[in-house]
Design a protein. Structure first.
Length: 256
């Protein structure tokens, strides 16, 4: 039978038995991000219908304030709540199972203004990037993203990493992993809509080399697991030749 944490379990969770609310790399070099409010006043309907998966990008770096606004809007705390025996919890702009916030954002930066290429962890509490490894090339992005050549032109990627213990301390059954996947989808949708509102061209992909990506981020791939890769760049102004409107010819060869 599956176990779930009930009221008695919550009282048994001492502070020492709870996983940390936030992930941080105290010894890492930090890039402090600007705290500029995200210009999210575009009508929701406009953003929904303008959202597309982009695979062609202009050859210009993304402004650092745009990346900072995107990260804080999608991953930053909105407020804090009393979780009883689970301690203080925080909420984001996306729904998350049990407010566990088990998903951390790791950022691979290739071309962002005033930021050295490299692999970073986004520290949501301090709104900064923590450098894990220097260098992030177009070739590396394409390779890590399963050989998808278009990923080489992305200005940055965001890897959603599940800290499994945060979820399992409350939901003590195998279905907890399913909730992690659902939560990744929630964050992914908020990411692409926010990026669209900010004038960026977002994408998302589940095609990546798990082991290689975990190694690049110095993760063990067991307790800290990459689940989803998001990313963006400045969108190319010319139409995507692979996104032609369907005409009558296409429908003649389609079973409806």
């Amino acid at each position: 039978m599956y176990e779930t944490a009930g009221e008695d379990d919550r009282h048994d969770l001492t502070a020492d038995g709870r996983p940390p609310l936030f992930t941080a790399y105290p010894q890492a070099h930090r890039v402090l991000l600007p705290r500029v409010p995200a210009p999210l006043d575009a009508p929701l309907g406009e953003v929904l219908y303008r959202r597309r998966t982009h695979r062609r990008f202009a050859g210009r770096p993304v402004p650092l304030p745009a990346l900072a606004a995107l990260l804080s809007t999608v991953f930053g705390p909105v407020d804090y709540i009393d979780g009883g025996g689970f301690g203080a919890l925080f909420r984001r702009t996306s729904p998350q199972g049990g407010a566990r916030q088990e998903l951390d954002a790791y950022v691979g930066i290739r071309s962002v203004d005033a930021t050295a290429p490299g692999w970073y962890h986004y520290n949501v509490r301090e709104h900064c990037l923590e450098l894990l490894a220097g260098g992030c090339t177009a070739e590396e992005l394409a390779t890590l993203c399963g050989g998808q050549g278009w990923a080489a032109d992305a200005c940055f990627v965001v890897v959603l990493v599940a800290r499994v213990e945060r979820m399992l301390v409350k939901y003590r059954n195998p279905r907890a992993y399913r909730v992690c996947l659902l939560d990744a989808g929630h964050l992914g949708q908020t990411f692409v809509l926010t990026a669209t509102a900010l004038g960026l061209g977002p994408f998302q992909t589940g095609a990546f080399h798990d082991t290689a990506l975990a190694a690049r981020l110095n993760l063990d791939g067991v307790t800290s697991v990459p689940l989803y890769v998001l990313g963006a760049g400045l969108p190319e102004s010319t139409p995507d030749p692979d996104a032609r409107p369907a005409g009558l010819t296409a429908f003649r060869h389609t079973t409806l």
